[in-house]
Design a protein around this ligand. Structure first.
Ligand SMILES: C[S@@+](CC[C@H](N)C(=O)[O-])C[C@H]1O[C@@H](n2cnc3c(N)ncnc32)[C@H](O)[C@@H]1O
Length: 239
């Protein structure tokens, strides 16, 4: 596969996302409920997959970035769970996995890398085909609020010490061009994300053969009542 923007920042990703911890126990709990193997789409550096493996559950991790997968491998080895992770380079639109599996997760908004409804339908359809009849798809996405857009648009902000992030929002196209760079400027990348409303995600899930079991507004399982984050638990529809 070709190099991706994440390859350029694979060593910056963990310090960049250091403060993002609230979702880890949530996904580990979901994995504990479902059992192995858990498929993580967009596994990245193993921020979620490694804690799941440490909890004793095997994970198949898919990512398009060879660089992110290399960091993930190192992290799993360092945690003593290298044998529990099966890492595969591939596209989350067509994950290279044979089902059935009890749980597919796509944490930290990775589905926002899907560019249009065609890709979203293919990705959700692929998961539908992979899941066991009583399996679950669990993922989180965000829908930016106008004040967030106004506050951050076009500005380089220091997200972590020495790590800068810039958001360029296109509210007509509903895309975010996200740039990140380290202090020395050597590690830098620009990536594109596309957002939907929660209602649009619900319709796509329905059209892709899923029933929504729960939609939370936060990882403490507070029900979604509006807000930027939505966390979805979907299961194959019984029709
Ligand atoms: C925001 S990171 C999330 C990483 C990890 N799940 C976490 O929670 O920290 C998004 C990940 O998705 C991967 N990714 C983006 N587009 C992809 C695609 N089309 N197929 C596979 N992986 C993709 C990136 O390489 C990156 O590792």
């Amino acid at each position: 596969m070709e190099a991706t923007p994440y390859d350029a920042i694979s060593r910056l990703y963990d310090p960049w996302s250091r403060s993002v911890t609230e979702d880890v126990p949530f996904y580990v709990e979901e994995a504990g409920r479902a059992g192995a193997p858990v498929v993580e789409l967009g596994v990245g550096t193993g921020r979620i997959a490694v804690p799941i493996a440490v909890a004793g559950i095997d994970v198949i991790g898919i990512d398009s970035s060879a660089g992110m997968l290399a960091v993930c491998r190192e992290r799993a080895e360092a945690a003593g769970v290298g044998a529990r992770l099966d890492l595969r380079q591939g596209d989350l639109v067509e994950p290279p996995i044979e089902g059935p599996v009890p749980l597919v997760i796509c944490p930290f908004r990775s589905y926002l890398h899907l560019r249009d409804d065609g890709e979203r339908r293919r990705a959700l359809g692929a998961v539908r085909g992979l899941l066991a009849a009583d399996g679950r798809l669990v993922f989180d996405v965000f829908t930016p609020a106008p004040d967030d857009i106004a506050e951050t648009h076009g500005r380089w902000l220091e997200r972590e010490p020495g790590i800068f992030e810039r958001a360029d929002w296109d509210t007509d196209a509903r895309t975010l061009t996200l740039s990140v760079r380290g202090r020395d400027g050597e590690a830098r990348a620009t990536m594109s994300l596309a957002w939907l409303s929660p209602l649009e995600w619900r319709v796509l899930l329905d059209e892709s053969g899923f029933e929504v079991e729960a939609c939370y507004g936060w990882f403490d399982r507070t029900p979604f009542t509006g807000g930027e984050d939505s966390i979805w638990i979907a299961r194959p529809a019984r029709r």
